[in-house]
Design a protein around this ligand. Structure first.
Ligand code: HEM
Length: 398
């Protein structure tokens, strides 16, 4: 029988999406020495113990590339510095500030949908899912609207390039990918640097304005740091949110009965989005490095090991989710870990949930029917550590 994952062309290595189950929760790849963590319990244990499982992993991939990638990146920072850095930006994601953004996000959603030239046939990712998160984060950072297409192109290219990187690849291949990504990143960094410089002393109230005057232990953040933080916000919030929206439309397309039920009862949308995150987790895997020898899932790991935590596999662990291959939005509360777990839990999770909720409701309102175009094969993102659509041709009834 053809599984949905086969029909959708999802990476064959993501066996859990094809109905297979890993034999063990923790398995060492013999060629690369990387430890793959597939079990839910084990994934939560790794993410919940930053003292043993460090987030500073970039230097393990490339000696000289590590700092370029890691600088100012919360995801590459361990305690105690991590807490200090996260505290500086936490305010921008409080429920009150997010609620204040809701009307503006609705306007942006309507604008994008209204601009679709032929609503009876278009690519949902290109026209809607991909530009929306860049518009939202761009406004949070105070970047000019006219630059959004350029930013979006850079982010898509960067995600595609960085996505080629695998810890299983040999050193030369890893260096090649880092070099290609660094070139793209340099363009983004130069662009953001101009905007950060313009902020210094300008006295504005945006996220970038606040960061240029923020201090840790009495010291101002460096320009490099603020620039790198802005880059992380753009990169972490873009393809992920785009995938969440497109993946959810794809899941509804596979189940017309569910599509009808959700359209009729919009209170089902939040549960639908959580199940979409579990079923097709945009960030399929994240990395850690062991700081000391440790035991995990019946295995003994040496200090300095690379650990690949497969969030997408943990989200299909039958010990945690009965009938994990059944798409069931009524699994509430969902314990899915698509936004991570522990101190690095996604700072933008509520923003992503809100954007996706507004986006889906607007799609339902505007298009009484929205189906994947006949014969079209949705294009999945090539990066082996993501699960999500790069393109989705749809036909809509208007
Ligand atoms: C962290 C997924 C949206 C910014 C994370 C982590 C995951 C994740 C899995 C933790 C990774 C780890 O522990 O190694 C997602 C998904 C999203 C999404 C699936 C959308 C569906 C966003 C948005 C933003 C954002 C919209 C900001 C605008 C961040 C940042 C971190 C993070 C800054 C680092 C937090 C830290 O290290 O303390 N995200 N994310 N994310 N996310 Fe998201």
């Amino acid at each position: 029988m053809t599984t949905l994952a086969q029909k959708w062309g999802i990476h064959p290595e993501h066996g859990w999406l094809h109905g297979a189950r890993p034999d063990e929760p923790v398995v060492r790849d013999q060629d690369s020495g990387v430890w793959n963590v597939y079990g839910y319990r084990e994934a939560v244990a790794v993410l919940g113990d930053p003292a043993t499982f460090s987030s500073r992993t970039a230097h393990l991939f490339a000696e000289d590339g590590g700092d370029v990638i890691a600088e100012g990146d919360l995801l590459q920072t361990d305690p105690p510095r991590h807490r200090q850095q996260r505290d500086l930006v936490r305010y921008a994601f409080t429920p009150r500030l997010l609620a204040g953004m809701e009307p503006r996000i609705s306007e942006l959603v309507d604008e994008l949908l209204g601009a679709i030239a032929d609503p009876t046939g278009f690519d949902l990712v290109d026209a809607f899912c991909s530009p929306l998160p860049i518009l939202v984060v761009g406004e949070m950072l105070g970047l000019p609207r006219a630059d959004v297409p350029k930013l979006e192109r850079w982010m898509r290219e960067m995600a595609a390039s960085f996505g080629d990187l695998s810890p299983a690849a040999d050193q030369a291949e890893q260096e090649r990918v880092f070099a290609a990504t660094a070139v793209l990143m340099e363009q983004v960094v130069e662009y953001l640097r101009e905007h950060v410089r313009a902020r210094a002393g300008a006295g504005g109230d945006g996220l970038l304005d606040r960061l240029v005057t923020a201090e840790i232990d009495g010291e101002r953040l460096s320009e490099d740091y603020v620039v790198a933080f802005a880059k992380t916000m753009l990169a972490a919030g873009h393809t992920t949110t785009s995938m969440l929206i497109a993946n959810t439309v794809l899941c509804l397309d596979a189940d017309p009965g569910l599509d009808r039920r959700v359209r009729a009862d919009r209170s089902l949308v939040p549960g639908l989005l959580e199940e979409s995150m579990r079923f097709l987790s945009p960030i399929a895997a994240t990395y850690r490095a062991t700081t000391r020898p440790t035991a995990l899932g019946g295995q003994e790991l040496d200090a300095g090991s690379i650990v690949m935590v497969w969030l997408a596999a943990a989200n299909r662990d039958p010990a945690q989710f009965p009938d994990p291959d059944v798409f069931d939005p009524s699994r509430t509360p969902s314990s899915q870990i698509g936004y991570g777990h522990g101190i690095h839990f996604c700072i933008g999770a509520q923003l992503a949930r809100m954007e996706a909720r507004i986006a889906l409701n607007a799609l339902f309102d505007r298009f009484p029917g929205l189906r994947v175009a006949d014969g079209a094969v949705p294009k999945v993102h090539p990066a082996f550590d993501t699960t999500g659509l790069a393109s989705l041709p749809v036909v809509a009834q208007v």
